[in-house]
Design a protein around this ligand. Structure first.
Ligand SMILES: Nc1nc2c(ncn2[C@@H]2O[C@H](COP(=O)(O)OP(=O)(O)OP(=O)(O)O)[C@@H](O)[C@H]2O)c(=O)[nH]1
Length: 295
């Protein structure tokens, strides 16, 4: 893991560099707050910081506040000569996550870093789970509906088209029943990889629930959405999941397509129509695209 050490004391810098390197950290060194800020900007993956309080140009607290504005998950350990509860409280109230009083004891730093790393990892995980579906890695329901809402507002403002597809795997219960849930999960992952390869960077593909998926197509009118839907239907049908060297599992999808119209007052009506279109596709025999639009 990368760690940035910002301290104007060369002796402390080199001491920290040595012990942190021994503990397998990748160490970046800064001699003042401005240099530290530049390193933080150049290394967006940097989340762990060890900073001195008093430094030229920009002190440790101001540096911490600037970084946290950009990345609220950044973790700051302040090492300072300012002892006493008042200083600890002031520093931690203003944003640092931990506070160590000099003289530095290596073992104390080691255990405090361990806590910092654990918090960073847990926050990363929580942030991932808040946005993505754990099984398939695509947007989760909350996020894809959020993107749909954003695109709805944009299409209102810019008077552009907005299409959505509801994609539902056919007879998925049967796949689970015959091959087991683990293979069912594998089919869901395989399906998401297959579809993701067909999309433009600005399309939003998310898991709506179970074996139901939603694809938001900004700036896309009905003809374009129909081409995308047919392409997905076909590519899924033609790309079975390989179970082993001999066996392949073929599966299909039913797709409901709709386009935002002047009559739609919110995203709810759009979702309801796409859902109804999917139902039609199922009724008509599955492995097909059904379109529902308002006049
Ligand atoms: N393996 C696996 N199965 C899931 C998951 N989520 C939902 N399912 C299963 O998906 C199945 C959906 O079944 P149904 O709603 O009856 O739909 P279907 O069998 O696909 O039938 P049609 O949609 O009418 O073609 C259920 O058996 C659920 O248990 C999941 O994450 N993993």
């Amino acid at each position: 893991m990368k760690v940035l050490v910002a301290d104007d004391d060369i002796v402390i810098q080199s001491l920290l560099k040595n012990i942190l390197t021994d503990w397998n950290y990748h160490v970046l060194l800064a001699k003042d707050g401005l240099q530290a800020l530049q390193l933080a900007e150049d290394n967006p993956d940097l989340q762990l910081f060890i900073v001195d309080w008093s430094m030229p140009w920009l002190d440790g607290l101001a540096f911490c506040q600037k970084v946290k504005k950009r990345d609220r998950f950044a973790y700051f350990i302040m090492i300072s000569g300012r002892s006493g509860t008042d200083n600890l409280v002031a520093a931690m109230d203003q944003g640092v996550d931990d506070f160590i009083v000099k003289p530095l004891v290596a073992e104390e730093l080691r255990v405090r870093l361990r806590v910092g790393k654990k918090i960073i990892e847990q926050e990363r995980r929580l942030s991932y789970l808040a946005q993505y579906d754990e099984l398939t890695g695509i947007w989760n329901r909350r996020m894809v509906l959020q993107w749909l809402q954003n695109e709805w507002i944009r299409s209102q403002r810019e008077k552009t088209c907005l299409s959505i597809l509801f994609i539902d795997l056919d007879h998925f219960k049967q796949i689970n029943d015959v091959y087991g849930h683990l293979v069912g999960d594998e089919v869901l992952r395989h399906f998401c990889t297959t579809v993701s390869q067909q999309l433009r960077p600005y399309d939003y593909f998310g898991r709506y629930g179970g074996e139901e998926f939603i694809l938001v197509l900004p700036n896309t009118e009905i003809q374009g959405a129909d081409v995308v839907a047919e392409r997905i239907r076909k590519v899924v049908q033609e790309n079975p999941l390989k179970l082993d060297a001999q066996r392949k599992l073929s599966y299909t999808v039913s797709i409901g397509l709709t386009v935002k119209s002047a009559e739609d007052t919110d995203v709810k009506s759009l979702i309801q129509r796409a859902d109804a279109a999917t139902y039609q596709a199922k009724q008509q025999g599955r492995n097909r695209v059904a379109t529902l639009i308002t006049e």
